[in-house]
Design a protein around this ligand. Structure first.
Ligand code: NDP
Length: 253
């Protein structure tokens, strides 16, 4: 990988498996790795993982923090813990990756499925860590990963424009609407935080072989994540309020 990641700290939510886990692994293995890689996960086994990581040199600079993004209480305590880890430097890059996809078509969708999916996929990114990004942004100039960035892992399935014709076949009311809402959150944050030096963008990882993407997906987690890290390495002012895929192609809203 020829891209360079110039970033003091990265936090990835939902890093217990799939794309989140691969993001953490790949960041930790880079020679230009951020000084602090914070991996959050809701599984209490994360505490055991803390012990395990001591035996694993490659993951030595990965700090694990417990965070269930379906609980505001858990989010708030994770924010406090991360605050004490990053201190006065703040957080340079927040990757909102944790998500659920409850399979719901018109006949099976329930208010509960909608609300839970919204909390996890669209609401939680708004109520965590943003003050820590502002601390980081206030300490440098320019725009990009070196200063501060919010990366919302979205999906082409959240594109209103693309939900027509062939791609409309994938019916998932809760998931698709939650990702459309996340995309709007990206734009709202870009308007408010862009002028403060924080780049906010939505990033689609492609269709990836994970528990969520399934075995028929087009990409391995390695392919998706190395593509996304290349996109992040060139992050600039032009990306603020943008929606791109793992190849850096701009997607329709
Ligand atoms: P997976 O289902 O494989 O992993 C989801 C991750 O989110 C897990 O680590 C899971 O943790 C975590 N998570 C779910 N709910 C919570 C919660 N309440 N609190 C904390 N963590 C939680 O999904 P992927 O890795 O495939 O997806 C990652 C991101 O990429 C998501 O935002 C997804 O929408 C997006 N995406 C994926 C695509 C694909 O093809 N795979 C396509 C387009 C977008 P736990 O192990 O505890 O359940």
């Amino acid at each position: 990988c020829t891209s360079v990641i110039l970033c003091k700290s990265v936090l990835v939510t939902g890093s217990s498996r799939g794309i989140g886990l691969q993001l953490v692994k790949e960041l930790a293995e880079r020679s230009d790795r951020p000084a602090r890689i914070i991996a959050t996960a809701r599984d209490p086994d994360v505490k055991d993982a803390k012990k395990k990581k001591k035996q694993n040199k490659k993951n030595q600079n990965v700090i694990m923090v417990l965070e269930d993004v379906n609980s505001q209480e858990s989010i708030s305590s994770a924010v406090q813990e991360v605050q004490s880890i990053v201190g006065s430097e703040g957080l340079s890059c927040l990757i909102n990756n944790a998500a659920i996809n409850i399979s719901t078509d018109l006949n099976t969708v329930t208010p509960d499925a909608m609300m839970t999916t919204f909390q996890v996929n669209s609401v939680s990114p708004l109520f965590a860590f943003l003050p820590l990004l502002q601390t980081s942004a206030s300490q440098s100039t320019g725009m990009g990963l070196h200063r501060a960035a919010v990366i919302n892992i979205s999906s082409i399935l959240g594109s209103i424009q693309a939900n027509w014709g062939e791609t409309a076949a994938f019916k998932a009311y809760a998931y698709r609407t939650s990702k459309a809402a996340l995309n709007m959150l990206t734009r709202c944050l870009a308007v408010d935080l862009g002028p403060k030096g924080i780049v906010c963008m939505s990033l689609h990882p492609g269709w990836v072989k994970t528990d969520m993407g399934g075995p028929l997906a087009e990409l391995t987690v390695e392919e998706s994540v190395s593509g996304m890290l290349s996109v992040l390495s060139t992050l600039s002012e032009d990306d603020n309020g943008g929606f791109k895929d793992y190849r850096g192609h701009t997607l329709p809203w």
